[in-house]
Ligand binder design. Structure first.
Ligand SMILES: [Zn+2]
Length: 628
């Protein structure tokens, strides 16, 4: 691909392309990196690098394309306080005039170490997800935010000796190997830049380590949890059993593990940016502070860890060629994100159910909500799924306004439906003898051991699917991914023995989400959702609300002459069922008031899956755990 140079291009032809294999070529001298994290509660990390250097021009780069973010999200705007010096003398540096992630400096004769100090402002960089990385009680360190490395080097070839100073008394978790600790100073064993960026660290006042492996079992799986308060760390015996079962289920599903040990790094906090970022030997996930304590939060977040864990196989070990870049400056090409993220989304939800984090009903309610949302997306008529992946930079942080017309990061959710369809087709074609489980074992299994990357192409996916069950997979997948459509791909639900229906019973996930965000959804009836202050979130193109002239961002004031509340609007929708009168909505739009008449008489519409009794329950078979 692109201008990566022949050396890297040849790398594609190697069937097993690992940094383990490349280890001998690590530069003899390591970059020493110390990160002072004691200012974490103020969201600023102080770093000092000692970079091997020799006389002449030197160009250093700051990681730009961050793995798992799939886009140029390296927090360059947060990089502050850059000073360079050598042999006691300060050196003038210059940012490249074109590439803002690149710095130039002239190293004087007789110098062999360049000292660089820099700060990372972390108030908007929670693992690339926005929101702060640290709070009063906890922090998340992604090393890409505090490193510079020689321009042009492969990340496998650059060696680092990392260390940190933690805030006094804070405990930490990371997949890195500890070489030495003294009080709040921690030194880690030397690693390549690849492994460093792949091994974030979390720390906090309130910390708990939970063993997920049975005694004597290898590789070891642990969950390191930091939280804003001590009671948040309480995990029920049922949850512990479910996470242990999750580990067992992945072993059975994939048949191999591509890590030496695995750390679930879990941050429970409403003060930092929520995220989930995958790595080979860990995942860095941050979610609701009371996730272990409150059933609704538990349900809404239950598939997060199964998703990120699945990425160790799908995304880290097997990676689309366009995302398996030699360093963090090479552009990433996300054309196979519908496999990388989409299959992970599907397996994450299936594994949440198989391990007992969700009930069957919860799985189906989540699936129904996803299917309904996608089926009401008018944007699918102009934008193929592939374009949502190519547009990741633009779509990641775009708001709710006109979402259904613009589309969102649908390569996650829509691909979940596509992989369900693939699973159901395999099961039908082979009369239940084979399933997507067999694909997973062939594609992601192999030999267990240290992390390595095995890149793949579209053709590799199709070939392996055909080995499991012959079918015109290329045609089906091109249709689903490259072509526009009028409806969401609901074939997996239908082949699974179920159908998407709408009725007046609230969807479990929508209801929980609405209670937490104090919003109300009328998306599939009137055609909009509305926030606590009456602000209209999105108006679905083609819906009754859209036909009436309503638009996102307007503020709902009154319904049929009465002050707006969610229950007043619900009552109005109910009443309109037996009437031919439109629902009158008084709306404020940028200081002006207007009444819109919405002609809608079909009652409440909440999505669910309903069993089709004369067809086999393939979805039920999919949800059966593989271990007992
Ligand atoms: Zn993911």
């Amino acid at each position: 691909m692109r201008s990566a140079g022949l050396r890297w291009l040849r790398g594609w032809s190697l069937p097993l392309f690992s940094f383990f294999f490349l280890a001998p070529s690590l530069t003899a001298q390591a970059i020493r990196l110390h990160v002072d994290l004691t200012d974490a509660p103020r969201n600023i990390y102080h770093a000092h690098l000692q970079i091997p250097a020799h006389a002449g021009e030197m160009s250093l780069v700051f990681p730009k394309f961050i793995p798992g973010n799939h886009r140029p999200s390296g927090p360059i705007g947060a990089l502050t306080g850059i000073r360079m010096e050598a042999a006691g003398h300060s050196l003038a540096w210059q940012r490249d005039a074109v590439e803002s992630y690149e710095f130039h400096v002239t190293i004087p004769t007789g110098v062999n170490t360049l000292n660089v100090s820099l700060d990372a402002i972390t108030s908007l960089d929670s693992a690339g997800a926005g929101g702060p990385a640290a709070s009063s009680n906890l922090l998340d360190l992604n090393w890409n935010a505090v490193v510079l490395y020689p321009k042009g080097a492969r990340s496998d070839d650059v060696k680092f000796e990392p260390s940190v100073t933690l805030p006094a008394g804070w405990k930490f978790g990371t997949a890195l190997q500890v070489a030495h600790t003294a009080a709040d100073e921690v030194e880690f064993s030397p690693v390549s830049l690849t492994t460093l960026v792949d091994s974030p660290l979390i720390a906090g006042v309130h910390y708990r380590k939970i063993e997920l492996s049975k005694p004597g079992e290898t590789p070891i799986h642990v969950m390191d949890v930091v939280a804003d308060a001590e009671p948040d760390l309480a995990m029920t015996p049922q949850d512990l059993a479910a996470y242990q079962k999750l580990v067992a289920e992945t072993g059975e599903l994939f048949g191999a593990r591509h890590y030496r040990h695995y750390d679930f790094l879990l941050t429970l906090s409403d003060q930092v940016g929520g995220h989930g970022l995958e790595h080979h030997e860990s995942n860095d996930s941050a979610t609701s502070e009371r996730m272990f304590l409150e059933p609704d939060l538990h349900m809404l977040n239950a598939d997060l860890l199964p998703h990120e864990f699945t990425h160790s196989w799908n995304g880290k070990y097997r990676r689309p060629t366009g995302l398996a870049t030699p360093n963090y400056q090479e552009p990433m090409i996300g054309d196979l994100l519908w496999v990388y993220e989409g299959l992970t989304e599907y397996l994450g939800t299936v594994l949440a159910e198989r391990s007992g984090l969700w009930t069957d009903e919860q799985f189906r309610e989540e699936l129904a909500g996803t299917a309904a949302m996608l089926d009401h997306e008018a944007g699918r008529t102009w934008r193929p799924l592939e374009d949502t992946a190519r547009s990741v930079q633009m779509l990641r942080f775009s708001g709710a306004q006109w979402r259904s017309w613009r589309r969102s990061l649908d390569y996650y959710s829509e691909s979940q439906l596509i992989w369900l369809e693939v699973d159901a087709i395999i099961r039908q074609q082979t009369h239940g003898q084979r399933s997507l489980n067999d694909f997973c074992r062939r594609f992601y299994g192999g030999e267990s051991g240290a992390p390595k990357v095995v890149p793949y192409t579209f053709d590799d996916v199709v070939r392996t699917l055909n080995e499991v069950a012959p079918y015109d997979w290329a045609k089906l997948l091109h249709q689903r991914v490259d072509e526009t459509s009028t409806h969401a791909p609901l074939g997996g639900i239908e082949r699974g023995g179920w159908k998407l229906v709408y009725n007046d019973k609230p969807n479990l996930f929508a209801k929980a989400g609405e209670q937490l965000s104090k919003s109300a959804s009328f998306s599939y009836s009137l055609g909009f959702s509305v926030g606590a202050e009456g602000k209209i979130g999105d108006v679905i193109v083609g819906s009754p609300a859209y036909q009436s002239g309503l638009g996102p961002g307007m503020k709902l004031i009154a319904v049929n002459g009465r002050k707006w509340t969610p229950s007043v609007l619900h009552e109005a929708v109910k009443a309109a069922q037996g009437s031919d009168q439109p629902i009158e909505l008084l709306v404020e739009n940028a200081q002006f008031f207007k009444t819109y008449s919405v002609a809608y008489h079909d009652g409440e519409k909440n999505p669910h899956l309903e069993r089709v009794s004369d067809q086999p329950d393939i979805l039920g078979d999919i949800l059966k755990p593989m271990t007992h």
